[in-house]
Ligand binder design. Structure first.
Ligand code: NAD
Length: 340
């Protein structure tokens, strides 16, 4: 028996059955995170060419091995299915999944919204979590609030690192002030090679001067490599269109034009080029102007800082769903719950 069982002091609770859509850098990290948890179990994983489902739990290492050696989790025996419509086929199957983490590329910029639409149309009910980044992408999802509500879906958006963990930290830090002046997010990402996180790197390139989501999406791998050769593997990003702004505005904390996001990504060295941090500046009730700084440990990887919060928000979303609270929520308005 693979299934994990969680025992509390008085009651026994079945683990939350989780699916991971997208099995690239973040999807694989998500599977590894889940393998260390008791309250959640990985039952489904999907990539572009197929999906795997096992009611009593998928083995993360086996999924990763199949994906890396054969290109898809669909090759897994006997749990895999090869299909070019993996998301559609998985969500329309009778399989039991309580919540999904969408570790998918948002290329084009409405891709995740179109996946949310597929869930709405399928009649599936449960919790969805994304780690989406662009303001315009989060706004599309926010516009689907009523449809999500009517479908019985609790959708948690912007629940990675930034937006996500750092946005939530800003929301918490704001409590010391009566007036918020500025929220400044600066991230440092170090990865050994860009191929491990192709979508993340393409989406980052889309923020560079002279590029758009569409031009970055259309780049071949060789063109991405040529660009990275010119910059010695380093991408420096400023004034990014990041949804931390709309999320903090919606939560009533600060106007979006006072939120800035930028960072440095080194695609050739797992060491972070700088320490990821968020600075929250405001005025206290006594008239003092101050800045809180929340800095992530340099040893924590991008994957750790995205997947941890994503599942923390999935757990929070599950609690909302059980209370009949459907619709869409952001990382700035709900506290993530720690997953044991
Ligand atoms: P990746 O390129 O490594 O992997 C993408 C995966 O999605 C692949 O397994 C691919 O097969 C699968 N996929 C693509 N199209 C599909 C389809 N139509 N159906 C099913 N599967 C499909 O991606 P990544 O670098 O892990 O990034 C995933 C997302 O996470 C990106 O959108 C990125 O921007 C986001 N991200 C967010 C944060 C944050 O802090 N919020 C940080 C990093 C990355």
């Amino acid at each position: 028996m693979n299934a994990k069982q969680v025992t509390g002091s008085t009651n026994f609770q079945a683990p939350v059955r989780v699916g991971v859509l997208g099995f690239g850098g973040l999807g694989q990290a998500a599977a590894r995170v889940l393998s260390l948890k008791q309250e959640m179990i990985l039952v489904a994983a999907a990539d572009k060419q197929g999906y795997a489902y096992a009611g009593d739990g998928l083995n993360a290492q086996e999924c990763i091995a199949a994906y890396q050696s054969q290109g898809s989790v669909g090759y897994l025996e006997p749990t895999g299915t090869l299909t070019n419509f993996s998301i559609q086929d998985l969500i329309e199957s009778p399989h039991h999944v309580d919540g999904y983490f969408l570790a998918l590329p948002n290329l084009p910029n409405n891709f995740i919204a179109s996946v949310a639409q597929q869930f709405i149309e399928s009649g599936w009910r449960g919790v969805l979590v994304d780690a989406i980044k662009r303001t315009s992408a989060v706004e599309q999802l926010l516009g689907m609030k009523e449809e999500l509500q009517a479908a019985g879906i609790t959708y948690m958006t912007g629940c990675g690192a930034t937006p996500g963990l750092l946005t939530a930290a800003a929301a918490l830090a704001a409590q010391s002030y009566t007036e918020i002046h500025r929220v400044e997010i600066t991230f440092g990402v170090g990865i050994a090679n860009w191929e491990a996180y192709r979508a993340t790197i393409r989406e980052d390139i889309a923020h560079m001067p002279g590029f758009t989501v569409e031009t970055a999406r259309a780049m071949t791998d060789a063109q991405v490599e040529a660009l990275l050769d010119k910059t010695h593997g380093v991408l420096t990003l400023e004034n990014m269109e990041h949804a931390d702004d709309v999320m903090l505005e919606l939560a009533g904390i600060v106007d979006r034009d006072r939120v800035t996001v930028g960072g440095v990504v080194d695609t050739r060295n797992p060491k972070k080029p700088l320490s990821t941090n968020v600075k929250i500046t405001g005025r206290t009730f006594e008239g003092k102007i101050s800045t809180h700084t929340f800095t992530l440990g340099d040893e924590t990887s991008m994957a750790a800082n995205v997947c941890g919060p994503a599942f923390g928000y999935l757990k929070a979303g599950q609690q909302l769903h059980q209370r009949g609270m459907y619709g869409i929520f952001t990382a700035a308005e709900i506290m993530p719950q720690f997953v044991r």
